[in-house]
Design a protein around this ligand. Structure first.
Ligand SMILES: Cc1ncc(COP(=O)(O)O)c(C=O)c1O
Length: 477
């Protein structure tokens, strides 16, 4: 929207940041300079009903009337870090200062035009954005009924990003924040290796030291990514256990050197501001999708589908559309060997609310609150929790959640290879697998967007050798 045409400015989820009043990001970043009356320091007080605004994209100073009530809330974390009862900062006191500094820096960069310009350039010229919204014609035909009717399937091609997944959107932005904060070394944990490779690449580009923690079994399953991380100059540390154990170890490594190191979280979990920060940097996926849908068919998507590990690719796609109640949001979890097998990663379907890695959320845990080991053939889905915002979407009913088994994901991987010539990551294959159940229920012409969160080269060997109907005892990793 051209800022200069705006006659009325709605303050959506307005926030006061030092002496600036920041406003709805849909109409660009604007700051009140100077404010004709003092801006009160809390949101509950009255804001000025008119203000002189200098718009960043339009250096002329212009007057606008300001509607003084927040309209429908865009952000669900308008109490910073809380999504209903989920989220928070359940950390030792020693970490509070450090998280506070991170939150302050995050709030600054959100409204810092130089940072935003550098990030836009990096996303365009280094990551390769924007990613296409691809009409999958043969997949669409596959789901047509006998009358030749069915939904239209579009794929959001995050697999085409540099280093092969959505993870780089967040890794590059956070590495830039770390550099601004004067940190010299980055620590991160990875499951499938995609976040590890993305972080290692960002660190190479920005001349930062990089240490990646990874579970021993995951290193074997995703060995090609381990090689890439090492080639990119990262130190890869082996951790006994899986991704959750690697995350705990990475946090320990970070806490040991808070002055110099930066814990670069790869998904929407952890204490505030981590979930909000990762979601913000991934929300480029949904923003592009809205624009591309408008260009392609002159409207919005009807249904968005994404796999849920912890939720970063899903929230990246969904967040832009959360207030569009006519857009269905569908998250697909990993059912592994089946929801009743005890070998799955379906936190939303089978989890309970608890606290883990610094935040309150749904978790896979036993009666005593001990975390249960998750399983999925999509290694990046093997986390025993989901992000607090995902938990909130479940609790409020705004999003629907379903699951797909290992077998269904492998079938979907193979289907996309054969029908479209695209290798989807096994994680994203869970989202694709759900189309089998979803498509027969949809009206002709329904526009469905599936997030292809990453490329599946890393999984080719496992898919090629996967045998039908393996039991938990038979599977060899
Ligand atoms: C390609 C890909 N998709 C999805 C995920 C799951 O993470 P999230 O739910 O945060 O998107 C991962 C995690 O490693 C991944 O590598």
């Amino acid at each position: 929207m051209a800022c200069s045409n705006i006659k009325t400015l709605s303050l959506i989820n307005h926030k006061i940041l030092s002496s600036h009043l920041t406003v709805d990001r849909k109409i660009g970043t604007a700051s009140v300079v100077p404010v004709p009356v003092n801006i009160p320091q809390t949101l509950s007080k009255i804001l000025p009903d008119s203000a002189t605004l200098t718009l960043k994209n339009n250096p002329q100073t212009q007057s606008f009337s300001v509607i003084n009530k927040p309209v429908e809330r865009k952000e669900m974390d308008s109490v910073p870090g809380k999504f209903g009862r989920f989220g928070g900062k359940y950390v030792p006191e020693t970490l509070i200062t450090c998280l506070g500094k991170l939150e302050a820096e995050f709030n600054l960069v959100l409204h810092d035009s130089q940072f935003q310009e550098e990030l836009r350039t990096a996303l365009r010229d280094y990551v390769g954005r924007e990613t296409p919204l691809y009409f999958a014609e043969r997949l669409t035909n596959h789901y047509k009924n006998n009358n030749g009717e069915g939904p239209e399937i579009y794929l959001k091609r995050e697999d085409l990003n540099h280093v092969g997944a959505h993870k780089i959107n967040n890794a590059i932005a956070q590495a830039m924040i770390a550099k601004r904060m004067g940190r010299t070394s980055i620590v991160a944990a990875t499951g499938a290796g995609q976040h590890g490779v993305a972080t290692a690449a960002a660190c190479a580009k920005l001349d930062l030291e990089c240490t990646i923690y990874m579970g021993a079994a995951d290193m074997e399953k995703q060995s090609s990514n381990v090689l890439l991380m090492k080639l990119l100059g990262a130190q890869v540390k082996t951790v006994e256990g899986s991704f959750k154990d690697a995350s705990s170890e990475a946090i320990r490594g970070w806490v040991g050197d808070l002055e110099n190191s930066y814990y670069l979280t790869g998904t929407v979990v952890g204490p505030h501001p981590c979930p909000s920060m990762v979601r913000e940097f991934q929300s480029v996926i949904g923003k592009e999708t809205r624009r591309q849908a408008m260009d392609k068919w002159g409207g919005k998507p009807d249904v968005l589908v994404a796999c849920i590990g912890s939720g970063s690719n899903a929230l990246g796609l969904f967040h832009e559309f959360i207030n569009d109640q006519d857009v269905r949001l569908i998250g697909v979890e990993a059912a592994g060997f089946g929801l009743d097998s005890g070998k799955h990663a379906a936190t939303i379907a089978r989890g309970e609310v608890g606290v883990y890695h610094g935040a309150m959320s749904y978790l896979l845990q036993d009666e005593e609150g001990q975390i249960l080991g998750p399983h999925s053939i999509g290694v990046g889905l093997e986390y025993p929790g989901v992000g607090p915002e995902v938990s909130y979407l479940k609790e409020t009913g705004r999003a629907e959640f379903h699951s797909a088994t290992d077998q269904e994901a492998v079938d979907a991987y193979r289907r996309l290879c054969k029908l479209e010539g695209i290798f989807p990551a096994l994680e994203a294959s869970h989202a694709l697998a759900f189309l089998e159940k979803l498509c027969p229920t949809l009206a002709n012409g329904t526009k469905v967007v599936v997030n292809i969160s990453g490329r599946g080269d890393k999984d080719a060997d496992r898919v090629f050798h996967y045998k039908h109907d393996l039991t938990p005892c038979e599977i060899v990793y």
